[in-house]
Design a binder for this molecule. Structure first.
Ligand code: SF4
Length: 359
């Protein structure tokens, strides 16, 4: 990985598992590489994403926010709300994805260009977490100017690291080992399933008694969150499949329902953004879920039940197909839908989002 040119090595973290595992992998296997880790905070990240990035910083070293590097004065950060206002409250969507461009790519390119100008870097190598088991594709949003000096490297693909390899890296790093819920869960491991269920029911009750706690999480979901952390993954992988903004339009309906359950205030905020978009355009608007489908359409009990049932069926169908190809020993492994959300819904990994946001 050496070059005679002065090379800037960069690795972008999305808050997701693949880029995090790649950062750990590079730190361990290429400790002499002067890697610059970065994470672009959009101002609308889940608290769990921020917590994960902070924990990761303890493992790999400094993680910078390109925006902070480019604008050093006290000016207002150009985050989601800033750009939404500029776009007259028009919500981002797969067709008009100003969010990634304005909040992530523009600060990133400005930062890289500044480093080249100020510090004499001649080329940039960007490391991305595309795994060996993923189909051939690029999945990057760059422009023709940056392509002139930027090379993309995919160490996982080159070194044959697949999804299980990524999980293995996260498990070994064990970033949540000091989390109180993980500590108490680890003490239960020898207990029966019903005793573990009773533990989570008691934990949920305790959370609900806490006046500072705003969510409506149930015992089953809480168990999934803690199991994800026990596996070295951020807790959000217990209920949603991607990192990225709290109200990213790439999430599935079932994930919106879970957001409402776990972060009801964030769901209400997402509805407020829709209302502002509606007020701006009386002739109709795109909502987070697309045209004519405001989030309120998910809220009736009947619709909720329908979405949950549909998701359950799809997941079961997916598992049946998947397990046909596995031996009995592998089938004993506990599967979680969030690890396969895009496969379950027959979408390319990331559901169309580029690696900047979900990896
Ligand atoms: S996570 Fe979703 S909403 Fe956020 S920048 Fe990426 S595509 Fe846009």
């Amino acid at each position: 990985m050496s070059s005679t040119k002065k090379t800037l090595h960069v690795l972008g973290l999305s808050g997701g598992k693949d880029s995090a595992a790649l950062a750990m992998y590079m730190r361990k296997n290429y400790p002499d590489l002067d890697m610059h880790y970065y994470f672009t905070d959009t101002g609308k990240e889940l608290p769990e994403v921020i917590d994960f990035v902070n924990r990761l910083e303890g493992y790999v070293g400094t993680i910078i926010d390109p925006y902070e590097e480019v604008y050093t004065s006290n000016r207002e950060k150009k985050n989601f709300d800033f750009h939404l206002k500029k776009h007259k409250n028009y919500l981002p969507s797969p067709q008009a994805r100003w969010c990634t461009i304005q909040m992530k790519l523009v600060p990133y390119e400005l930062w890289v260009n500044k480093k080249m100008k100020d510090e004499g870097y001649e080329e940039v190598v960007s490391y991305v977490g595309i795994r060996a088991d993923e189909p051939e594709r690029t999945g990057f949003m760059t422009n023709s100017i940056s392509e002139n000096y930027m090379k993309i490297k995919m160490p996982f693909r080159e070194d044959g690291i697949d999804r299980n390899g990524v999980f293995d890296i996260l498990r070994k790093a064990d970033l949540f080992s000091d989390h109180p819920d993980v500590i108490s869960y680890r003490e239960l491991k020898e207990l029966s399933e019903s005793e573990i269920t009773a533990h989570f029911s008691a934990l949920v009750e305790k959370k609900h008694r806490d006046p500072k706690y705003k969510g409506n999480v149930d015992a089953k979901t809480l168990q999934k969150i803690v199991e994800a952390m026990d596996d070295g993954k951020p807790g959000y992988y217990g209920w949603r499949s991607r990192s990225g903004c709290t109200f990213c339009f790439y999430q599935q309906k079932i994930e919106w329902l879970r957001l409402k359950e776990i972060y009801p205030e964030a769901f209400e905020e997402a509805k407020k953004y829709e209302k502002a978009a509606e007020d701006e355009r009386e002739d109709g608007t795109f909502y987070w879920l697309g045209k004519d489908t405001p989030l309120s359409t998910l809220e009736s009990d009947a619709r909720k039940e329908q979405i949950e049932m549909n998701h359950k069926k799809k997941f079961e169908r997916f598992l049946k197909k998947k397990n046909k190809r596995r031996n009995a020993l592998q089938i004993a492994v506990k599967e979680i839908d969030t690890d396969y959300m895009d496969d379950i819904y027959d979408e390319a990994e990331g559901g169309g989002a580029c690696v900047t946001c979900y990896k």
